[in-house]
Design a protein around this ligand. Structure first.
Ligand code: HEM
Length: 409
């Protein structure tokens, strides 16, 4: 197969599994590869696949901009780019630095610690709803539920309104999969509804603040600087999307990794002290976010390859996390792996995932409860993957387990 036959644009290339053999070829032969894209605005992009290259792109925001054309693969028109730039993930320093300083106030280790007891409750309630059945679609009933509940909890959305947030998030998650394709219009409509709701909720939090993130952010003020209402709305929207599909697919993908490697499930059952390294290995091995995009802001050189100002650059976390120069035996799922400097949350640049510690806590709680409550969970049918080159996703995951009584969470 010639390198020119590799097609990372077509979501069909990912539907039967991540094309790891393609990524291995690219890393070995052309770690910065000009990938044609006849449907894009430019005629192609630089596909960066090595660990070192991805780390560089991620950290070097002066050469690789998130704001110029957004951090998303798709090429938008100027009006849409302008709108997208109101989200921190599509900003560059110094604007990004200011925004991040303000929202960081809502993501302190203490806030995450305080949330843990409620995450345990939510997880137990989710498992209570299926534990008597003995079988379930793991995605629909388990992994999709928790991140949504956590985001609603984090933002301080009242219980009676939670179904609204679930509905908006699901409609906004842009996927290429026909099963979920409601069209861009439905997504835009959901976003508008969410803004209107966020406005109203922020007004309430201004008058009657609690310990939740939205209350903290409506009152966040650093040296007289505060978030505007529009900035708050955009943040709400970003969280509803960023914290949702990522965590869901990490949990589903890790479950599949354990089904494929039952010795690792048994190992974790026998030694729970391995949970912290197991979580990092789940993140590396699954890499739910497969790529992000930048735009070269100045001429530069990466791995000896010249990149011109204005070129589109797409860097592949999914490939970096399987780079044999960074990880020993990278295709092995080893829950005791150390060191494990994966880049599932980004490579340490200014955009390093804001929700990383929250996601780690959710994963920890979910797998602790699964190990306790469904120790013999097993695959019970075909795994159906999401048709996407962005999210390493699973749509349906039939599982079976010995039925048990709810614990009344
Ligand atoms: C396993 C779960 C998750 C993964 C793999 C993940 C991955 C990532 C990655 C790779 C980025 C970097 C974007 C870039 O370089 O342009 C990012 C940014 C971000 N993530 Fe996550 N994420 C996860 C969960 C979450 C959660 C639970 C939240 C919040 C509730 C969250 C909120 C964000 C935000 C706000 C940003 C933008 C940060 C910035 O631009 O400074 N993520 N995430």
């Amino acid at each position: 197969m010639a390198l020119s036959d590799i097609d990372l644009c077509n979501p069909d290339s990912f539907v039967n599994g991540v094309p790891f053999d393609w990524f291995a070829r690219l890393r070995a032969e052309a770690p910065v590869f000009w990938h044609p894209d006849p449907d894009g605005h430019a005629d192609g992009f630089w596909a960066v696949t090595s660990y070192e290259g991805c780390i560089n792109v991620n950290r070097d925001y002066e050469h690789f901009s998130s704001a110029a054309k957004t951090s998303l693969f798709n090429d938008f028109d100027d009006e849409l780019i302008e709108q997208q730039r109101m989200m921190m993930v599509n900003m560059d320093p110094p604007m990004h630095t200011r925004y991040r300083r303000l929202v960081n106030k809502g993501f302190t280790p203490r806030m995450i610690r305080d949330l843990e007891a409620r995450v345990v409750e939510s997880t137990d309630a989710i498992l209570d709803a299926v534990c008597e059945q003995g079988s379930a679609d793991f995605v629909e009933t388990v992994s999709a539920e928790l991140p949504l509940q956590v985001i609603a909890e984090l933002m301080g959305v009242p219980h009676e309104d939670r179904h609204l947030v679930f509905d908006w998030s699901n409609r906004m998650i842009g996927s290429n999969d026909p099963e979920f394709q409601d069209g861009a219009e439905a997504g835009a409509m959901a976003a508008m509804e969410l803004y209107a709701y966020a406005d109203q909720l922020c007004q309430q939090k201004k008058l009657d603040p609690h310990g939740d993130l939205l209350s903290v952010l409506t009152h966040a003020d650093i040296e007289g600087d505060a978030l505007s209402q529009l900035e708050l709305d955009m943040f709400f929207l970003l969280l509803a999307v960023a914290g949702n599909e990522t965590t869901r697919n990490l949990i589903s993908g890790a479950m599949v990794a354990f089904f494929d490697n039952p010795d690792q499930w048994a190992r974790l059952q026998a030694d729970r002290s391995l949970l912290p390294s197991a979580i990092e290995e789940m993140l590396r091995y699954v890499s739910p976010v497969m790529h992000f995009r930048r735009q070269a802001a100045q001429d530069t050189v990466l791995h000896g390859q010249e990149i011109a100002a204005g070129d589109k650059v797409v860097f592949w976390h999914i490939s970096a996390n399987r780079d044999e120069t960074a990880f020993t035996d990278p295709d092995r799922f080893d829950i005791g792996r150390t060191p494990n400097a994966h880049m599932a949350f980004g490579g340490g640049g200014p955009h390093f995932c804001l929700g990383a510690n929250l996601a780690r806590m959710e994963i920890k709680v979910m797998f602790e409860r699964l190990l306790d409550r469904m120790p013999d969970i097993r695959l019970d049918g075909d795994v159906q993957r999401l048709r996407s080159n962005f999210i390493n996703g699973i749509k349906h995951l039939p599982v079976a387990f010995t039925p048990s009584a709810p614990i009344g969470a």
